[in-house]
Design a protein around this ligand. Structure first.
Ligand code: SF4
Length: 287
């Protein structure tokens, strides 16, 4: 992108264009405003190649009998309004149809879109059934996940596996992923700029899978997806709606390891999920 703005604004514009590109939106239109050319909201397109360039399409004036002047004096571009923190997850611009998880993983590549790439060993994209009716979304990878490149494989992951099996399912029946795909240092919560950089890929994963139910594991995942500052205990176990999917937040398995009595609350939540999915409790084998 040529230098046309102050460096800080230039960076914000580049970040915003990258965000749109990560959402699969690469076609932009410009229109003629009173002071020259004005950027307007980009429109989503059905499908794009990952190498498609950003196209600036100018609305040309209607031909007149007079020939256009050979040279037009340059006009300073009008200021762009840039959100200081980027759009919320609710402000995403429609779905890119028929994307596969493979397409999305290829698009993510060897990602360096945020500072979390510096400390990671492996990107933890997600794992499970690409057509799952149930998707679990956690906060971010821990040490075990970072080493193996798979989500929820440590102690908390083993507990999640037990919870899934208690529902009468297996891990391969569901899809498991995180809000950010690289391990935050010292297992801290992901920071807003990291969530903003990585969230388009989570949205695209969910849009590709089209699950019936999303279960958010823990406060960070729930607050990020729902764009709320409310404590998870205020909406845990309630059915919510997000991008056309039924969504329920419950406690993170790591929290259950520290606070086992909370397992009863989570089991109540999962039973609601089972009812929604038409799952029966597995029958106990006769001894
Ligand atoms: S956390 Fe997401 S956006 Fe950041 S480097 Fe990793 S994959 Fe890229």
């Amino acid at each position: 992108m040529p230098e046309r703005f102050p460096a800080s604004l230039q960076q914000k514009i580049e970040d915003r264009l990258r965000y749109y590109e990560d959402l699969g939106i690469r076609l932009f239109y410009t229109d003629r405003g009173p002071g020259g050319t004005t950027l307007v909201a980009p429109e989503p397109i059905a499908s794009v190649s990952s190498s498609a360039p950003i196209i600036e399409e100018t609305v040309l004036p209607k031909p007149t009998t007079k020939p256009a002047p050979a040279k037009v004096a340059p006009v300073a571009p009008p200021p762009l309004v840039v959100h200081p923190t980027g759009p919320s997850l609710f402000e995403t611009m429609g779905k890119v149809k028929d994307e596969t998880l493979l397409n999305i993983r290829e698009d993510l590549g060897d990602c360096t879109r945020c500072k979390l790439h510096k400390g990671r060993n492996k990107i933890v994209f997600g794992d499970g059934n690409p057509k799952a009716e149930l998707v679990f979304v956690g906060e971010g990878p821990g040490a075990d996940e970072d080493a193996q490149g798979l989500p929820f494989v440590g102690r908390a992951g083993k507990l999640l596996t037990q919870m899934i099996e208690a529902m009468g399912l297996q891990r391969k029946d569901v899809y498991i992923c995180n809000v950010v795909k690289c391990r935050p240092p010292e297992n801290r919560a992901p920071e807003p700029d990291e969530v903003t950089a990585c969230s388009p890929f989570l949205i695209r994963q969910i849009d590709s899978i089209r699950p019936k139910v999303i279960v958010c594991l823990g406060a960070t995942a729930a607050k990020t997806i729902l764009n709320t500052t409310r404590g998870i205990s205020q909406f845990r176990g309630e059915w919510l709606e997000w991008r056309g999917h039924k969504l329920m937040a419950t406690y993170h398995p790591a929290y259950l390891l520290r606070n086992p009595p909370a397992k009863a609350d989570v089991w109540k939540d999962l039973q609601k999920v089972m009812a929604e999915l038409g799952l029966q409790l597995p029958k106990k084998s006769k001894s």
